[in-house]
Design a binder for this molecule. Sequence first.
Ligand SMILES: Cc1cc2nc3c(=O)[nH]c(=O)nc-3n(C[C@H](O)[C@H](O)[C@H](O)COP(=O)(O)O)c2cc1C
Length: 148
Amino acid sequence: MLEFEEGRKGLRRLIYSSRFVGEGDFGEAVRAIVATSIQNNRLVDVTGFLLAGEGLFLQWLEGPATAVEETFARIARDKRHADLVTIADSPAERRRFRDWNMGQHRLGAADQALLAEVGLEVFNPAGLEADRAERLLLRVGERYLRSA
Ligand SMILES: Cc1cc2nc3c(=O)[nH]c(=O)nc-3n(C[C@H](O)[C@H](O)[C@H](O)COP(=O)(O)O)c2cc1C
């Protein structure tokens, strides 16, 4: 019952990974996706972060439960990616990315240390358990906050 109440009234946080299978350049696709996401998410009060690298995505979505569900349903139908793996999906106490309707970072060579912090040599988000996926996204997000 409590879970139902939380899910209905409260925030939901969902983390998933996927693989880019769209046509054309990955970087261009990421830019287009983020632009659309910022616009759409703002309208339904969804916030989050998209980490992209090696042709792979790791995304955090948070907001009102119904809005997250509807947004994710749309995302899951998107032909630009495949192999979606839900890594975490639960009620959330508070937002962690409230300043971003969709923050984003493209992983590059300079991010090796960041990956190492969560015990990764390469970016393989599909194999991440919830705890490490969460830490990785929060670490990347923090950097942007610090440099803001
Ligand atoms: C990796 C990835 C992440 C996405 N994230 C979002 C998002 O956070 N919010 C959103 O509205 N659309 C997101 N999209 C785009 C949606 O899949 C979809 O194209 C967009 O919402 C427009 O939907 P519509 O064509 O049905 O209007 C994402 C797509 C991909 C491939």
